[in-house]
Structures are given as structure tokens and as C-alpha cells.
Unconditional design. Structure first.
Length: 300
């Protein structure tokens, strides 16, 4: 069971108030968690404030991951025409003023990225079936193929660096989350009954995964210790459990890509404690999220 945990508060003051407001409010609601949300069918990333108003947005074709960095900039994977016909894809960092300050261009669908502890950037080159590591100068310094490399579009979704320097990859069509060492050697595998979208290493050492029809937690030996199925939450109309963030209170904040309710917070008792009622987000094909009302770093 996930228990509340302590994280550094040194960056907490930087969350929630980093962007200047712009544009007109789309709608309002009470107690809306401020967040970043990638919405594929709208082809943009939006930032919503605590009343559910859109206060910032940036064009993003097929972004499925997003990070607010400690400096207030936003890091995300991008695609031009979803990488079709060898169109440019990659990852970029933009300021609140929408200036591109870092970018790495490649080819083929790219759905996930993460700023690493050493300042490099981890990129999941989905269609290439490779993890790419790029330095702050935009130079590729390392790459290796994952086990599910030949699956192309379905090879992987979220990619994450772990505290031990290993990498955790949600390998969608393989229905697995897999851990690799720094040289690309496969170390562990966590099999799921669903196409896997997110994989998170918890402070306990357990591994949490989300995917099309559910969420599962595995212990260090790979034994399932907790499971949530889409039928446990019929009121959400689950289409696909995609982006997933673990909150300090142990609750799960989920992104239901293309489902009836696009965003929801779920307790470990499998109760919906909050859900979005914004008209703006109805039918949103959203995959990437980050709550901005919790201390950094985000566990997602």
C-alpha cells in the first residue's frame, strides 16, 4: 500500500504560479487542481488554474507527456504530423513566454521524455524502439534498443530514469513494464494484462503501472499487491488509463484518454475523491498530466 511520503520542499514555491495568465477563461469550477495537460485532439498543452481556467497553452501535435521543470519551463515530446513520412519529432523545452530554449530533433513517433538528474534528457523514440539520452547542448550521447523495439508505434509509452540510474519503460504492445541498466541490459519485467502506458517506481521500491483497462502495483519480486480495474469505477467511463501521478497522500491522479471523465483522483480504497466536470475537457483525448499543487519532484 502506498503511504504518504516526504519529498523536498525546496521547489514547492515554484509550483502553481509560474505562468502569466493570458486569454479568456474557458469555464470555472471550484477546487480544481492546477495542472498541465496534453490534449492530443486539441493539438496543444494547456495549463489550468485552481478554478479550471486555461491560463497558458502551447501548440503540441501528439504530445503524450509533459513536465514543469524547476525553472518554470515546460518540457515535452513533440511531433510534426505524428512523425508520418519521416516528419520531424523530438523533445523541446519552452519558457512561460513560449520561447524554445532547448530542442532535440529526431524522426518517428516520440511519446515520452524526462529531464534526468544529471541534466541530460531521456527520450523514448517509440517508432525507433530506442531510448535516447541527449545532453544540454542537444547532442545524442547514448542510445539503446528496448526488448519491444520492433513493435514500432506500440513499442513504448512512458520512459523514466530511476534513482539508481536504471530506466523503467512501459512497453505497450508487450503488455509489460521493463527495467534496464545504464547500458541497456534487461534486468526485470512486470507483465500486465493490458497494453501498458505508464510505469512508476514508488518510494517503497514497488512498481506501479497503468494501461488500457487498469492499474497494477508490483512488489520487488514482481508479485501483484494491488490492482484497480476499469469496471471498479463505472462512473468514469474508462477508455484508457494513460498518464498517472502519485500524490503525497497516496491517491492516484489519472488521465482517462478519450473516456467519459478525462481527469480524476482515486483513493487506494478505489473511490473517486475528485473528478473533472469542465465542459472544455469533455471528449479530451489527453494522455500527459502534471499536478502543480504538490511539492516537487512529481512522482509520475
Amino acid at each position: 500500500m502506498i503511504k504518504p511520503f516526504h519529498v523536498s520542499l525546496c521547489l514547492a514555491l515554484m509550483t502553481g504560479l509560474l505562468f502569466a495568465e493570458e486569454g479568456k477563461p474557458s469555464t470555472t469550477t471550484q477546487n480544481f487542481p492546477p495542472l498541465l495537460f496534453t490534449i492530443e485532439n486539441m493539438k496543444k498543452i494547456i495549463r489550468l488554474d485552481k478554478t479550471g481556467n486555461v491560463v497558458w497553452e502551447y501548440p503540441a501535435d501528439t504530445a503524450r507527456d509533459v513536465w514543469q521543470l524547476p525553472n518554470g519551463n515546460v518540457l515535452f515530446p513533440y511531433s510534426i504530423s505524428n512523425g508520418a513520412n519521416h516528419a520531424e519529432t523530438g523533445a523541446m523545452e519552452v519558457t512561460p513566454g513560449k520561447k524554445i530554449v532547448w530542442k532535440f530533433a529526431t524522426f518517428g513517433q516520440v511519446y515520452s521524455c524526462q529531464r534526468m538528474a544529471n541534466g541530460n534528457t531521456l527520450i523514448g523514440a517509440t517508432q525507433q524502439g530506442k531510448l535516447l539520452i541527449v545532453n544540454p547542448s542537444g547532442v545524442l550521447v547514448k542510445s539503446f534498443e528496448i526488448k519491444n523495439a520492433k513493435a514500432g508505434h506500440s513499442s513504448m509509452r512512458s520512459v523514466r530514469e530511476l534513482e539508481n540510474g536504471h530506466f523503467l519503460v512501459a512497453e505497450e504492445s508487450a503488455k509489460a513494464a521493463r527495467e534496464y541498466d545504464q547500458e541497456g541490459k534487461l534486468l526485470r519485467e512486470f507483465k500486465t494484462p493490458y497494453p501498458t502506458f505508464s510505469a512508476i517506481r514508488l518510494p517503497s521500491g514497488n512498481t506501479l503501472t497503468s494501461g488500457k483497462t487498469g492499474i497494477m502495483e508490483f512488489d520487488k519480486e514482481g508479485v501483484v499487491v494491488w490492482e484497480l480495474k476499469s469496471e471498479d469505477l463505472p462512473e468514469l467511463g474508462i477508455r484508457w488509463f494513460a498518464g498517472l501521478q502519485v500524490l503525497p497522500n497516496g491517491n492516484l491522479f489519472i488521465c482517462n484518454a478519450g473516456g467519459k471523465v478525462p481527469l480524476a483522483e482515486i483513493s487506494r480504497e478505489k473511490k473517486v475523491v475528485w473528478k473533472s466536470d469542465l465542459d472544455l475537457l469533455k471528449g479530451a483525448m489527453g494522455h500527459g498530466i502534471q499536478r502543480l499543487d504538490v511539492p516537487a519532484p512529481s512522482l509520475k
